[in-house]
Write a protein that binds this ligand. Structure first.
Ligand code: ZN
Length: 680
């Protein structure tokens, strides 16, 4: 029955769009093995469809209704989503360079069309004229949210102001690109003349860094060079030198650019009627105001500070036992001492658990756990056409309704290959809409394995990442059945979107869940209890310090945006932050603001990570620890948090599941887990 809906959606789109040769599926660009021209034509078809719907809604004579105005607006939005997700997938995952190249051009074209719709005054006026007084609650919510977005973009202002807004936004885009390009292009390095300075680094690292003819070894500021030095190198002087090289990249050029960004943002905020950029940037978030961000920071600080102080004291005492001259730990030594402490205290070596996490077993374990938690089944879709033969496809069917109603589809694209995106993320493949199209999502992974004969032994952190991304996928599939695409699961407020994924991470540290799949690749023996306990303990260390560091960054990003830009002293604010939140002493030459890329995309809102984390832990605390997979909380979570998608505010989602607003009790407990009794 659900198949019929997909087909109906497809037919609807086909009749309007017309399908290019080679791209034979209107919703899945890769089907039919298209060439670059076919991809371009496929995207054009959807852009034409969006333009046709926009013209249709603008041409309406007489009273505006949900049917004659909001409905075509939402379908235009869906056409743009489809137009964007096709090339988005090819750019990230196509094995063909020709298609990745054309996809980049197409993504920009679709972005431009999206901007035009979201800044269109006539469309705004048309929507505003719709009478929604008799509409259902999700429709009212959708309309309210859409009109607010238009207003936050300045669409309701006079023409001169709108032109000015557009100019400032263009300027910001240019400045942001320059800031990021400067970072990409400024690779720093240090020269090491005495090889004993590299003591502590792994053998494969040394092999990758041979000395030149003069006996000099070059270490760059790129991540694969930088991280191991900060974590393993015994030489404090070496760590300090590399830390400074790393944290002065793109300095001073990006300092000036950042100050200019702050002043353009402030001007834009004023034009749109806000006192500061931070006010504008929080207006459409769960928090609503910068004052509420401060409240979040203060509450978390209260929760984390005692633990951070204890951890810091333990670390200093430990470091002192190795080197009596140590009285403080500078920031450039923090990773090193945390690593040494974990090894000595918990005897945990992250390599030792890998044999229990062969890829295929982990995947089966994640699917099994998710099917029990969310009451769904994953049915292999063996005949589904894929963009690369390594991709596996599952249909998600409902375990609650008789006959297993189809809910959507997931694509698992799990191993690295040439030209594929190097990160881990989940993305929408087909935007779901009730009675029109079922949601489809893709997991982009770069996990070990995938080659014949390689079991793909995974790191602990990789398994956690798998759970995390799977949380996004389930949110997408279970929440992708709204009446309108504009209130789909990922239309939910930005400071909530990481909550469902971070919540699923928590399931991983539970013995009952681990036992369903962590078995030795060769012998099949389950992970010994002692090793499991060590793993969990080591993972729980330094949470207070980590949270304090996140708070420092959240505070820094907010503070530079909540005042007049000409009063902002980037160095002084950074220094104040270290004094207030930093567990470690500051390196005075640190200019990290020149490479803090989050300041471009997140601007004042770095706090969003912490906000989602607080909610995720609060959610997780509602599950019965002794019956995680089968307790009643899971279905309630699916119904009240995931299934509504973005059809209500995130604050309402939270209240509906918890019966109250978010609290800090769960995060406090999580931070202090390291001091609690050993895990059962
Ligand atoms: Zn995520």
């Amino acid at each position: 029955m659900r198949m019929a809906e997909i087909v109906a959606g497809a037919v609807l789109a086909t009749s309007a769009v017309g399908v290019a040769q080679g791209a034979s599926d209107p919703l899945r660009v890769w089907v039919g093995d298209p060439d670059a021209a076919a991809v371009h034509a496929w995207v054009q078809g959807h852009l034409d469809e969006a333009a046709r719907l926009e013209a249709q809604l603008l041409a309406v004579k007489g009273p505006r209704t949900v049917e004659n105005t909001l409905a075509p607006f939402d379908e235009a939005t869906r056409a743009l989503h489809t137009a964007g997700s096709g090339p988005g997938l090819l750019n990230n995952a196509s094995p063909k360079k020709e298609l990745r190249d054309v996809a980049q051009v197409e993504i920009q074209r679709v972005g431009k069309a999206g901007d035009e719709l979201s800044l269109n005054r006539a469309v705004y006026e048309a929507l505003r004229a719709v009478d929604v007084s008799k509409a259902d609650a999700p429709t009212k919510f959708y309309m309210e949210k859409t009109l607010r977005e238009y207003r936050l973009a300045g669409v309701d202002k006079d023409e001169a102001t709108r032109n000015k807004v557009r100019d400032l936004q263009d300027k910001l885009t240019g400045l942001s690109l320059r800031y990021q390009r400067n970072i990409a292009e400024s690779v720093g390095h240090i020269d090491v003349k005495d090889v004993t300075e590299l003591e502590g680094l792994p053998a494969d690292y040394m092999k990758r860094h041979p000395a030149n003819a003069e006996g000099v070894i070059t270490i760059t500021t790129d991540e694969p060079d930088y991280r191991p030095v900060m974590t393993y190198a015994k030489s404090t002087a070496l760590r300090e030198r590399l830390f400074i090289a790393y944290n002065t990249r793109a300095y001073p050029v990006n300092k000036d650019l950042l100050l200019e960004v702050l002043s353009v943002r402030a001007e834009l905020a004023h034009l749109l009627g806000f006192a500061t950029w931070a006010e504008l940037a929080t207006a459409d978030k769960m928090v609503g105001t910068p004052a509420n961000v401060r409240l979040l920071i203060d509450e978390l600080d209260k929760a984390a500070r005692p633990a951070a102080a204890k951890e810091k004291a333990e670390l200093i005492a430990f470091a002192k036992s190795k080197d009596a001259s140590i009285t403080e730990i500078p920031e450039y030594s923090s990773s090193y001492w945390v690593e040494q402490y974990k090894r000595a205290t918990y005897g945990f070596d992250s390599q030792s658990v890998r044999s229990y996490f062969p890829f295929a077993q982990v995947q089966e374990g994640v699917l099994h756990a998710a099917s029990r938690i969310f009451h769904v089944s994953f049915v292999p879709a063996k005949n589904a056409e894929v963009w690369d033969p390594s991709v596996t496809v599952f249909d998600v069917t409902d375990g609650v309704t008789p006959g297993g109603k189809k809910l959507g589809r997931i694509y698992l694209d799990m191993h690295p290959r040439a030209g594929k995106n190097k990160w881990f993320n989940a993305s929408t493949v087909v935007t779901g809409k009730r009675d029109v199209a079922l949601p489809e999502a893709r997991l982009n992974g770069n996990f070990a394995g995938g080659e014949s004969g390689d079991p793909g032994l995974m790191q602990y952190a990789d398994v956690v990442t798998f759970f995390h991304e799977f949380g996004h996928m389930m949110h997408g599939v279970l929440g992708g059945h709204q009446e309108w695409v504009g209130i789909g699961p990922f239309a939910v407020e930005w400071d909530f979107v990481e909550a469902p994924s971070q919540m699923l991470e928590e399931f991983f540290a539970n013995r009952a869940v681990i036992d369903t799949f962590a078995k030795d690749a060769k012998t099949g023996a389950p992970m010994p209890k002692e090793l499991f306990d060590k793993m969990v303990k080591a993972d729980a260390f330094a949470r207070g310090i980590t949270i304090e560091r996140q708070l420092m960054l959240a505070n820094y990003s907010l503070t530079m945006h909540d005042r007049a830009p000409q009063t902002v002293d980037l160095d002084a604010l950074l220094h104040e932050g270290y004094l207030k939140y930093g567990a470690f002493t500051e390196a005075p030459e640190n200019r990290m603001y020149a490479t803090f890329t989050h300041l471009m995309g997140y601007s004042s809102n770095y706090y969003t990570y912490m906000q989602s984390k607080v909610i995720a832990l609060d959610f997780f605390a509602q599950f019965d620890e002794k019956n995680l997979l089968d307790g009643p909380a899971a279905m309630r979570y699916r119904k009240t948090v995931l299934e509504p998608g973005g059809s209500v505010s995130a604050n309402t989602l939270v209240k509906n599941f918890l019966g109250r607003p978010q609290s800090y009790e769960a995060v406090r407990k999580w931070i202090n887990e390291e001091f609690a009794a050993p895990v059962k």
